[in-house]
Design a protein around this ligand. Structure first.
Ligand code: HXC
Length: 259
């Protein structure tokens, strides 16, 4: 049997490929568990500076949770499934490394929600996004009702969630759901280029910047500002802050050492 998730690490960029193309990479418990294990390892692996998540094949990023595995769940099991998956998406959001979704096709239901939990989204022109749960008589369960409106606004999120209709990559870009759209053949190159640009920064500053945004969004604005100031202050305890500023003043490229 083939591995449910493939890992390839090169030049500080770890790429995780969801590998169930025969069912358009639909997520079942085994896949989520495997992704979770990989992510936990990469979170503390110094060789991985940025993580890219993508789907195998040319058709789908992830076509959602596996409907066959979900149909006969009782209410408590369905709730448990949603909570477990939400914990996994929270792990992505709280991962110390930036996580980029390289969306190579359908990103539907849980697939769209997984992309939403990533820090950045790069899509190929043939990608599409949707929350089609309403067509199955259910609602999103992997926190799509929360992350989607935060990213694209309440009105656009409700339109996607209430109609279940898909939007194409251009529309996703227009409403701010994805950061950039490229030709299908350029997707992984573009995602890697973006990852490498982040990987060359001070990883302490990258981590603190991510924490300031992710944790700050859960606070009121005043407290979040104070929290940002605390993390800003913490940057001045690092060698990379001295190096970054000295390099600027000496008109040379900074040589960051991640501490
Ligand atoms: C199980 C799936 C699947 C899914 C596709 N497949 N999506 N199996 N779960 N989510 C399977 C099909 O059954 C089919 O298997 C094979 O993948 C290819 O799919 P087709 O439908 O033949 O392809 P196509 O006609 O091109 O249509 C593509 C599609 C369609 C538009 C993406 O497959 C589709 O609508 N899929 C369901 C999308 C969806 O509703 N996702 C949300 C799930 S709910 P066979 O064996 O026939 O070849 C969800 C909730 C999350 O994610 C929260 C839970 C707590």
């Amino acid at each position: 049997m083939s591995e449910p998730v493939l890992l390839h690490t090169e030049e500080g960029i770890a790429t995780l490929t969801i590998n169930r193309p025969e069912v358009l990479n639909a997520l079942n418990a085994e896949l989520v568990e495997s992704l979770r294990r990989h992510l936990a390892i990469l979170d503390s692996d110094p060789r991985a500076r940025v993580i890219i998540l993508t789907g195998a094949g040319e058709k789908a990023f992830i076509a959602g949770a596996d409907i066959g595995a979900m149909r006969d769940l009782d209410p408590l099991a369905a709730r448990e499934t949603a909570l477990l998956a939400q914990e996994f998406l929270n792990d992505i959001e709280r991962c110390a490394k930036p996580v980029i979704a390289a969306v190579n096709g359908y990103a539907l239901g849980g697939g769209c929600e997984l992309a939403l939990a990533c820090d950045l989204r790069v899509a190929s022109e043939n990608a599409s996004f949707g929350q089609p749960e309403i067509n199955l008589g259910i609602i999103p369960g992997w926190a799509g009702t929360q992350r989607l409106p935060r990213l694209v606004g309440k009105g656009r999120a409700l339109e996607m969630i209430l109609t279940g209709e898909r939007i194409d990559a251009r529309e996703a870009w227009r409403i701010g759901l994805v950061n950039r759209v490229v030709a299908p053949g350029e997707l992984m190159d573009e995602a890697r280029k973006l990852a490498l640009r982040i990987a060359e920064k001070s990883q302490v500053a990258v981590r603190l910047a991510k924490e300031a945004v992710i944790n700050g969004l859960e606070m009121d604005e005043r407290r979040a500002g104070q929290y940002e100031a605390d993390l800003f202050g913490l940057c001045f305890a690092t060698r990379d802050q001295k190096e970054g500023m000295t390099a600027f003043l000496e008109k040379r490229k900074a040589m960051f050492q991640d501490w």
